[in-house]
Design a protein around this ligand. Structure first.
Ligand SMILES: NC(=O)c1ccc[n+]([C@@H]2O[C@H](COP(=O)([O-])OP(=O)(O)OC[C@H]3O[C@@H](n4cnc5c(N)ncnc54)[C@H](OP(=O)(O)O)[C@@H]3O)[C@@H](O)[C@H]2O)c1
Length: 351
């Protein structure tokens, strides 16, 4: 069944950013992680709605478990809309359980097969840790095999992925949920530099330092949970989290512009200079989110006011990826500038 789309937006009016390769990536794409609340079928149908509305970027991942349903939707929609493959930018990601080089390569082949594609526009390493959690895991669940970042292992995987770029199966490599200390090591050791860095970004969590570091090192930044993930899983919900869509500065700007606060978050992302990948299965939201970046921009005063919303409010803290012996999610994010378990250049213990 084809769902009607309320509005069509000319993709040519959607801003885009240049990657180092010269390829361009739209300033907005559809997220495909349903926060454990939406069915795989609903999410796959949303991809069709998004493409017909005018989206040209889809953020997928093997762990979302829905690439096999999204693939046929992409194929059918390209055919019915008369679009060619190179008009759409498709991202997939390697999950934490596939960090061994052979497993990472197999994961990419599976994503390509599920998505029905001959190449991925970008392949991201989803998290820097090979640590997994059971579906619907509780926050304090710890997998006994979880452990800190081990740079030599990460690079072994990265090198295997570089070969997929050489083979033409992947156009760009990227990272996600990284930190400056880890990126410094990666940038030192790569042959093909990461072109994209996907990180949590919304007005209450602006990540200024990592953002600027990424741009200074030639990466286009992708912001996930761009509206502050109001439907995120329970395991990622804590007292003290800031709700971007209810923040008085955000709602005030939304009222002034006559738009929903979600649109303020998306305008902020595009005008700041990063890609946003909002999730929705609702055709009206899918359309208004895309339209938000094509018209009615924030004024310089509004952009300045949004700086004050920054509250260092990380929502996806990642506790389920912690190892035994660590009791703080801050260990995942190298907040003091060091990598737990990493004892420095030349260390045989961890390199
Ligand atoms: N790399 C990573 O580790 C990582 C981590 C997390 C997410 N992601 C990616 O980022 C994507 C988005 O993240 P997210 O889903 O956590 O957060 P989000 O996009 O900030 O929030 C999604 C929710 O916002 C609401 N929404 C969307 N458009 C709206 C509108 N126009 N008006 C009002 N409400 C609106 C919807 O709620 P209702 O359904 O209630 O309407 C939707 O469920 C994911 O799908 C995934 O692709 C990547």
């Amino acid at each position: 069944m084809t769902i009607d789309v309320p509005h069509r937006i000319d993709p040519a009016t959607v801003p885009s950013f240049a990657l180092g390769s010269g390829a361009r990536i739209p300033a907005i794409g559809l997220g495909t992680f349903g926060s454990d609340r939406f069915s795989m079928e609903e999410i796959a149908a949303a991809v069709g709605v998004a493409l017909r509305t005018g989206y040209r970027l889809i953020d997928c991942a093997s762990v979302y478990g829905n690439e096999h349903l999204i693939g046929p939707v992409i194929r059918d929609t390209l055919a019915t809309e008369g679009l060619s493959r190179d008009e759409v930018f498709v991202i997939s990601k390697v999950w934490n359980d596939a960090h061994a080089p052979a497993d990472a390569v197999a994961s990419v082949h599976r994503s390509l097969s599920d998505l029905g594609l001959e190449y991925l526009d970008a392949l991201l390493i989803h998290w820097p840790f090979p640590n997994t959690h059971a579906p619907f895991a509780a926050t304090d669940d710890r997998n006994p095999s979880s452990r800190p970042y081990v740079h030599a292992e990460y690079m072994a995987m990265y090198r295997a992925l570089e070969e997929l770029v050489d083979a033409g199966l992947v156009r760009h490599l990227g990272v996600s949920n990284m930190t400056i200390p880890k990126l410094r090591l990666v940038l030192r050791d790569v042959r093909i530099a990461p072109a994209l860095n996907e990180m949590e970004l919304h007005p209450a969590f602006q990540q200024g330092e990592l953002y600027q570091f990424s741009k200074d090192h030639g990466m286009v930044v992708i912001g996930y949970s761009p509206m502050g993930s109001p439907r995120r899983p329970e395991r990622d919900t804590f007292d003290g989290d800031v709700a971007d869509l209810e923040h008085p500065v955000v709602t005030g700007i939304a009222a002034d512009l006559g738009v929903h606060p979600a649109e303020v978050c998306l305008k902020w992302a595009a005008q700041r200079g990063h890609v946003a990948i909002p999730f929705s299965v609702k055709p009206a939201q899918i359309a208004s989110n895309l339209r938000a970046v094509t018209e009615n921009p924030l004024t310089p005063a509004m952009l300045n006011a949004l700086r004050s919303v920054e509250a260092n409010s990380r929502l996806i803290k990642g506790q389920v990826f912690l190892w035994e012996g660590s009791d703080s999610w801050l260990d995942l994010w190298d907040v003091d500038g060091t990598i737990p378990g990493w004892t420095g250049y030349g260390s045989t213990a961890v390199e």
